[in-house]
Structure formats: C-alpha cells, structure tokens
Design a protein around this ligand. Structure first.
Ligand SMILES: [Zn+2]
Length: 453
C-alpha cells in the first residue's frame, strides 16, 4: 500500500473492482495518474474527495467502437455531443472509426485534422483507427507513426462508402499492416453474398426487417471471419473482428485463439440483448450491419463473452437523426443506433440479474479493449502510474432508457423503455470529474490517445 503526500483527488469508501476481484480501498489521483491505492483509514490530504460509499469503483470504461460523424456528417453527431454522451454513460475513452465521416480517415492529413477537431471539444479521451483502401497503402506507415490505434479493413459494403477490396489486394493490405505491428480490424461480411442477396430482395415487395436479415445471412459473416483469420495467420497480422453477430462467428475466434493466433473479437449490445421477439416488435429501428439475428445467437454470443471466447463489448455507436431511422422501407432505413450512453447500464442490469460477474464486465469493457488496442496499462486498469480514469457505478440505482433524454444528437434507440438497474454515477478522466449523477460537468478535457507500445 503506497501513501503519497498531497493528491488532487481521492475516491474513498467504494468497492474497487478489477478482473481479479474486489476490495475496499481508496484511490488517490495526482497529476492525472493513479498515485496510490490505500486503506480508507490511511488516505493522504486531498484537494477533492469523492465519497463512493455503496458504489463500485471500476477502471475507466472504454468504448472501442464509435462513429462520432465528425467531420462531414455532424447533423447526426459531432465530437462534442458524442463525447458528452460517452461521459454521461460512464465511458472514459473512446475509439472513433475512420468511416461514417466525410472525408473518411485515410491519410496522415485527415488524422491531423481529426485530432485538431476533437481537441478542446471531447469530454473523454479519444483514439482513432484509419481505414485501409487500395489507394492508401503508402500512407499506412505514416498513419501509424502519427498514432492511430489500428487499421480497419472493410470486407463488405456498409455506411460511409469505403471501397471494398478484392482478395488479392486485401491479402496485400494484411501484409502491410502486419509489418507495422498495429492491430488490423475488420468489418467481416462477404461482399458478394451481401450484394447479390440485397439486390435480389430489393426487387421483391419486402420492406421489413426480415428482408434485411435475409440479405446478410450467417454464412456471409462466417466466411469473411474465416478468411480474415486465414489471412492474419498467413501474414502475421494481429486481428480484431468487430461487431460479431453470430454464435458461429464467435466460435471461429475461439478456434483462432486455440491455434495460438493473436485474434480477438467484439460483439455489441444489440446482438446479445435483442431477441427475435424484439426484432418483430421494434421492426426497422433494429437495422444494423451486420444484422441483429435473434434466434439462438444472443445466448450463444453471451456465452462467448462469459467464457472469454470474445474479448470486447463495443457499442458500434452509429447515430442517425430520427427520420433516417424511422422509415417504412428497410432499404431506406439507416443501419446503426446511438449506443455509447446506454451500453454500460444495459450490461450492468444483466450483471444484476446474475448473468455475468462485475469482474467479467470490467474485463470486457476496460482491460481487454485497452489490451487489444495497445493502450494497456495506461488505460484498462487501476495501477499506480496508470491514468486516473474511473467509472463509479451504483448497482442499486434504477432508470429507464429514454432516447429523448440522451446527450447524443440521435434519439432513436431499439432499447427504448428498457428498465435499468445498475447505472454509472460518475465518470473520471485523468482525475477530472466529467460526469456526476448523469450531468456532464466542466470543459472538455479529452486527450488524443496513442498506443503505449
Ligand atoms: Zn461500426
């Protein structure tokens, strides 16, 4: 137990939870970093004290998959509204996607613009992925030197119109990224299957969510994940598969791990919490890419999260304005939802039901995403010297998901009306309290995150 002298902030009397277990302790933060973990009776003097009695103190929660739409699509969201939403939901760091913006993040110049744009406007710390397209292989090294946390390859068409590569070019992309040592992230669906079925279904009169589901079948995801793992194995790339929607897809990640590959996987709230009944009731609002599948998938994916087959819960926060989500035709309904603010509470509610331990939740929402994107141990843990990022949660507090109350510019959520128990009540970013009891505080303090390795 270390006991520093004067500190900036002490969070005391709470139950500190890490993947290894829990303990009653006080956390001291000095100059933005954890400077001490000590008994509540032995705390040093501090400029500010937060009494966390009856609260759980978690390492700052990380969302590894958000689209803040900035620049170019800021009528849907911008860095300020997106990061306010993150802070309100107990998220201390986000990783922003290269797509779903105009321009997409493809060049070192775009990266510099994104950093400048987010600085002074983000309430939470932020990192970026760059997209790899056939024309920017020569920029990969400079993008990595500039601090991107990973490089994203699009195997199928999705929002943002990033060019999809054929297999020869994609294998070369994997080689380039492997040489940098950074993680290669894929949107894994088979483009030819998806395009073919979409065109076929669009020529019928079908306009409901079922048609969307049929246009992006499990085989299109499984084939793409399998191919991505094979290319990663061949080239030595470290692979992370985003938004896995099928239990068969999760199994492939497990098999890759068993073979000793550095392969990790993410799934999202909609794939594990929305059932077939929800799909029928909510209809087109549940449109996502890949699609929410219902059936046995939610249960299978949940098991994969609990058993460490999958590594990360990300939200794929993809905000759209109301009319874009509330279309009669599924083909005109934009895929995605506003998730960054509600995801933690949705999962803490499941923790309260006994479906997952709080320790496992911390692993999936903090330690693992930090490790996958080379931010650990600056992020993803509570250790002396790590950033003073904490999320305080009240496991007894109740609430209800209300789209209109979100801080995001997007207010349509497939979880509208869901009852919550277990809610983040404070978000602390490097010692700065940016949210207390749902209210976002102070000025934007977010910093640009580079890999620590
Ligand atoms: Zn996404």
């Amino acid at each position: 137990m270390s006991k520093p002298d004067a500190v900036d902030l002490i969070v005391r009397n709470g139950t500190v939870v890490t993947p290894e277990g829990r303990q009653e302790a006080a956390i001291c933060i000095r100059k933005g970093r954890v400077s001490g973990i000590c008994a509540n009776s032995e705390t040093p003097p501090a400029r500010k004290v937060i009494n966390a009695r009856n609260l759980h103190v978690l390492p700052g929660l990380i969302d590894d998959h958000v689209h803040f739409r900035d620049p170019g699509m800021t009528y849907k969201e911008d860095f300020e509204t997106g990061s306010r939403s993150a802070a309100a939901g107990g998220v201390t760091s986000i990783i922003d996607m290269p797509n779903g913006t105009d321009p997409p993040l493809l060049t070192p110049k775009h990266l510099r613009q994104k950093i400048a744009n987010a600085r002074g406007r983000s309430y939470v710390d932020f990192g970026f992925l760059a997209a790899v397209v056939p024309g920017n292989f020569d920029d990969i090294e400079t993008l990595v030197a500039g601090g991107v946390l990973g490089l994203k390859v699009f195997m199928a068409e999705t929002v943002g119109a990033i060019e999809v590569m054929d297999d020869g070019v994609m294998l070369e992309a994997f080689k380039h990224v492997a040489q940098t040592g950074r993680r290669l992230v894929v949107h894994a669906e088979n483009d030819e299957i998806v395009q073919h079925l979409r065109k076929k279904l669009q020529s019928t009169r079908r306009q409901g969510i079922g048609a969307h589901l049929e246009s992006r079948p499990v085989v299109s995801e499984v084939e793409a994940i399998y191919r991505a793992i094979l290319y990663a194995e061949t080239t030595g790339a470290r692979l992370h598969v985003f938004h896995i929607s099928s239990q068969e897809g999760a199994m492939l990640i497990g098999q890759g791990k068993a073979r000793g590959l550095d392969v990790t996987g993410e799934t999202c709230p909609h794939y594990v919490l929305l059932t077939s009944a929800h799909l029928r009731r909510m209809g087109n609002v549940t449109r996502m890419n890949p699609p929410v599948r219902g059936g046995d998938h939610p249960q299978g994916l949940w098991a994969a999260l609990v058993e460490d087959t999958l590594d990360v819960i990300g939200t794929d926060h993809s905000p759209h304005v109301r009319q874009e989500k509330l279309q009669k035709s599924i083909w005109e309904t934009m895929p995605g939802w506003t998730g960054v603010e509600t995801t933690n509470a949705l999962f803490l509610t499941e923790v309260n039901k006994g479906r997952m331990s709080l320790e496992q939740f911390v692993k999936l929402r903090s330690r693992n995403p930090a490790r996958v994107f080379d931010l650990y141990p600056r992020k993803g843990c509570i250790q002396i010297g790590s950033d003073g990022d904490l999320t305080l949660v009240d496991m007894k507090k109740r609430g209800t998901v209300r789209g209109r109350k979100l801080h995001s510019r997007s207010t349509v959520t497939p979880f509208e009306g869901w009852k919550l128990q277990g809610i983040p009540v404070a978000t602390i970013v490097r010692g700065n309290v940016v949210m207390r009891d749902g209210e976002v505080l102070g000025t934007p303090v977010g910093q640009f995150l580079k890999p620590v390795l």
